[in-house]
Write a new protein. Structure first.
Length: 342
């Protein structure tokens, strides 16, 4: 008998304050030959049965079980931040682990061994890129201060900025950084970027900076979109902020661990950074009374840049596509480089 308590859409809706609609999947998954299907365990973590139920409703022909409910599962599906109990779910039969999220920071990669590890990389990139552009437009157009509730001293006179002709610096040119760059180019911005590899940019019109200081020195808007790894911890520190273009707008949609938050506060106080739009911080949530809550130069959001009706759909779709590839012996998408940490 199927379980029924809270659906994943309901759980996600409560968590985000926005409605989520269960995504539909291609009819190719509606088959009954379970003998050819790998057994899949779902480590639901904080969502309880909702995650398992959501996946089961989308993959009706696939056998899903709760992680820890007996061995024999070849595939394990989990969230990255349910790390404390993930080791108990990794029995000897598991050959492939898929993380339902874009990053694996917080996931105990040391327990993976020789198993394949993938994630839903890129699922939230369109929503996050839109959020970044919204913060940049809000900075240039002085929103929400431009909205009025009474007659102003002057009508039709205000010195607003614009994105056209401005320079955007993107730190990290993965799926999020790429989509931010594409949208910025459409606004007529000059886009410079830095990435870990020496590969040329896949986006026509994006120039790769020689190094981080040169990018920071010329960008009017700096967007941090690099993955959280041992190599990127505090990549934005006092030294980096000393090289930033005075009056720049700083946006972080990566992870709070990449920023020295005390150094950022100092840069805000002395005007080196005009505004910091922070969707991620460390820790999350910030404790009551933290300076970021009331600082006039900080626009703080509670890690919601990923939120859109289609993000959850894409997250599950990436797993569904990978399951199809796994069954047919193809290379999996979203493979995690355990040495690099993403």
């Amino acid at each position: 008998m199927p379980l029924r308590s809270t659906t994943v859409s309901e759980a996600m809706g409560r968590a985000t304050g926005r409605p989520y609609h269960r995504p539909t999947f291609p009819s190719r998954w509606d088959h009954t030959d379970r003998m050819s299907e790998p057994r899949i365990a779902v480590h639901s973590g904080r969502f309880g049965d909702a995650l398992l139920q959501g996946l089961q409703s989308m993959l009706p022909g696939v056998e899903l079980i709760r992680a820890g409910a007996g061995g024999g599962a070849e595939v394990l599906v989990s969230l990255a931040d349910d790390a404390p109990t993930i080791g108990d779910a990794l029995d000897d039969d598991v050959r492939w682990v898929h993380i339902l999220g874009a990053g694996i920071d917080g996931f105990p990669v040391e327990v993976v061994g020789d198993r394949r590890l993938t994630c839903s990389r890129g699922a939230g990139a369109p929503a996050i890129a839109e959020f970044v552009l919204a913060t940049m437009l809000a900075f240039e157009k002085q929103l929400p201060d431009t909205w009025i509730t009474q007659p102003p001293k002057q009508w039709s006179t205000l010195g607003l900025g614009g994105l056209e002709g401005r320079t955007l610096g993107v730190i990290g040119l993965g799926s999020i950084g790429t989509q931010v760059a594409e949208r910025a180019l459409a606004f007529g911005m000059e886009v410079v970027a830095i990435r870990r590899s020496a590969r040329p940019s896949s986006v026509v019109g994006v120039t790769l900076a020689a190094d981080l200081p040169s990018l920071l020195g010329r960008a009017d808007h700096v967007v941090l979109a690099a993955p959280a790894t041992a190599a990127t911890v505090r990549i934005i520190d006092e030294a980096a902020l000393s090289r930033i273009k005075r009056g720049a707008h700083f946006v972080n949609v990566s992870r709070g661990s990449l920023v020295d938050q005390d150094a950022l506060l100092r840069a805000l106080d002395d005007g080196r950074v005009a505004l910091a739009s922070l969707d991620v911080v460390e820790p999350e949530p910030l404790p009551a009374g933290h300076p970021f809550y009331l600082h006039p130069g900080v626009r703080l959001s509670p890690h919601v840049s990923w939120s859109s009706p289609r993000t959850v759909q894409r997250t599950f779709q990436l797993f569904a596509d990978n399951l199809d590839r796994y069954r047919s012996g193809q290379d999996l998408l979203g493979m995690v480089d355990l040495d690099a940490g993403y």
